[in-house]
Write a protein that binds this ligand. Sequence first.
Ligand SMILES: NC(=O)C1=CN([C@@H]2O[C@H](COP(=O)(O)OP(=O)(O)OC[C@H]3O[C@@H](n4cnc5c(N)ncnc54)[C@H](O)[C@@H]3O)[C@@H](O)[C@H]2O)C=CC1
Ligand SMILES: O=CC(=O)O
Length: 342
Amino acid sequence: MTTVIKPTMPTMPNKPKILLARAIFPEVITHLEQFFDVESNQDDHIFSSTELIEKLQDKDGLIATGSEPVSAEVLRACPRLKAVCNQAVGYNNIDVAAATKAGVMVTNTPDVLNETTADFGWALLMATARRITESEHWLRAGKWNKWRFDSFLGADVHGATLGVIGMGRIGQAIARRSMGFDMQVLYHNRSRVSPELEARANNARLVSKEELLRQADHVILVLPYSKASHHTIGAAELAMMKPGATLVNLARGGIVDDVALIAALREHKIAAAGLDVFENEPALHPDFLTLSNVVLTPHIASASEPTRRAMAACAAANLLAALLPAAAGALPPNLLNPEVKR
Ligand SMILES: NC(=O)C1=CN([C@@H]2O[C@H](COP(=O)(O)OP(=O)(O)OC[C@H]3O[C@@H](n4cnc5c(N)ncnc54)[C@H](O)[C@@H]3O)[C@@H](O)[C@H]2O)C=CC1
Ligand SMILES: O=CC(=O)O
């Protein structure tokens, strides 16, 4: 749902100062300018830590994206900063503990992107299992001269077992979609979700990571990146998967060990992978480009027009509430460290 922000403060002599770290929809800038003195970065240059620190010296708030590391060093060096509002649901680019210590509110953009990201997860799963991009490249290269019984044989999706690692908002939206494909759903999560939510998620069943990897035909990753989830999928986990299985990573680079995945794909230990995120993105491990059994997309799972607009509006609403609670009428809706306000 798009967050609508209504202007309630006609004139403000000393507006708080904010930085928009990256390019954003122009109407969001126009809206924010009613409340803030806005420095925008519409040329979309990615600030280094040094540049970010320099730009934030006189700023009260920042709208960031997942690309800028808002580290303890940055937070310590910017004493005026009061709020960092990420334009993403994932916030592993922000040191939230350091922000809390520095009294800086941190927000993200949950829910508005659940369905769009789940749709994309399915697009990647289908493209990976049914070899869509691989066969299209082959066709475009002029190699199609006859129909063959064994051209691009893939894996079935219908009737298969789906394994979801990270059964949160997006994981559940993905699992719900599997009903139409007559699938069984296994999931692995930090904790069990309620029986009601399991029922809605196509009667998903909680299992260990190992059981999920051994039984699933298609594994999809939608858990946040943290020290605990670093290399959730490495060589040992890939070795547990079925030889015909596929792996989709929608979550974050670093959750999969890219080098181990490349080896598994090259040796056909698993059938194929669909990846929207990478360990050192936007740089890709060059070996991915040499493999035909991997579908590669540039971190676009939430990139539908309405959803990207809703994410920008959500980040702006969070910033408004963080810096001007009287105008917004409440605390930021998506405050990740409410202890800052106690
Ligand atoms: N590729 C893209 O463009 C997008 C990527 N994402 C990624 O998806 C992630 C999930 O988003 P939501 O579903 O909104 O988050 P969420 O917080 O609703 O769900 C995450 C689930 O993962 C579980 N989890 C956390 N650590 C775990 C671990 N170590 N092992 C197993 N389960 C664990 C949690 O218990 C929770 O149920 C985001 O943090 C983000 O990194 C989200 C949107 C778009
Ligand atoms: O990667 C995207 C996000 O919203 O998190």
